[in-house]
Design a binder for this molecule. Structure first.
Ligand code: DX5
Ligand code: ZN
Length: 220
């Protein structure tokens, strides 16, 4: 039995109707809310911050998965715990003392996540894989929704799966960026456990059916 988790990215929601879009995710077959926090320094874009997250916390009835695309994320670990994050991912490329950062995230009762840019090989996680609850493999360069999927990601999912299995770790593999019905099945077959989808879900005419479709083709 394979149950791939689907995580719609709120970045692609209609912020004028945020509550409506959050309720849509609550009522759908989606598993997680994916929340992209960008600082305009680590990535060339600024997304949204604490007040929006308060609204998300108020309405979201599923796991809140926060993806920090910010420098010096240690400064905000307690803040995001208080804002209801269940999974907190930091970027490998933004952390000098990643092992310490992951301990600090778990100490706040959250699942520890590490995101890897497309250019970062998965083997950098070999020595800390048991300290990581979720690896977020970026399948686009972080900073924007609506970009095209980088095909090399399939290979990275397989390599990461091998590292996880060999170390008897329980780490989940999440893929983030450009996910659609064209790549979701192959990603699940390669070993992905969580698929983030922003534009594909929110630009769809029937969002509930689009989420259900992703779930259907990635679970068996
Ligand atoms: C990109 C973000 C993604 C983004 C995905 O920096 O990390 O989570 O919202 O959006 P799509 O699915 O449109 O590529
Ligand atoms: Zn993301």
């Amino acid at each position: 039995m394979k149950n791939t988790l689907i995580a719609p990215s709120v970045l692609a929601a209609d912020f004028g109707n945020l509550q409506r879009d959050l309720e849509m995710i609550n009522n759908s077959e989606a598993d997680w809310f994916h929340i992209d926090i960008m600082d305009g320094v680590f990535v060339p874009n600024i997304s949204y911050g604490m007040p929006v997250l308060e609204t998300i916390q108020k309405h979201a009835k599923k796991t809140i998965d926060v993806h920090l695309m910010i420098i010096d994320p240690d400064r905000y670990i307690k803040t995001f715990a208080a804002l209801g994050a269940n999974v907190l991912s930091v970027h490998y490329e933004a952390c000098t003392h990643l092992h310490r950062t992951l301990q600090a995230i778990r100490a706040e009762g959250m699942k520890s996540g590490v995101a890897l840019n497309p250019h970062t090989p998965v083997n950098v996680l070999e020595d800390i894989i048991n300290d990581v609850d979720v690896v977020c493999l970026m399948s686009v360069n972080p900073g924007f929704g609506g970009q095209s999927f980088i095909e090399n990601t399939y290979k990275k999912v397989r390599q990461l799966k091998e590292i996880i299995t060999r170390n008897k770790a329980k780490t989940l593999i999440e893929v983030d960026g450009g996910v659609t019905d064209k790549n979701a099945k192959e990603l699940a077959e390669a070993g992905a456990d969580v698929l983030v989808a922003g534009s594909y879900v929110f630009k769809a005419e029937n969002q509930l059916e689009t989420i259900a479709g992703l779930k259907r083709i990635t679970s068996w």
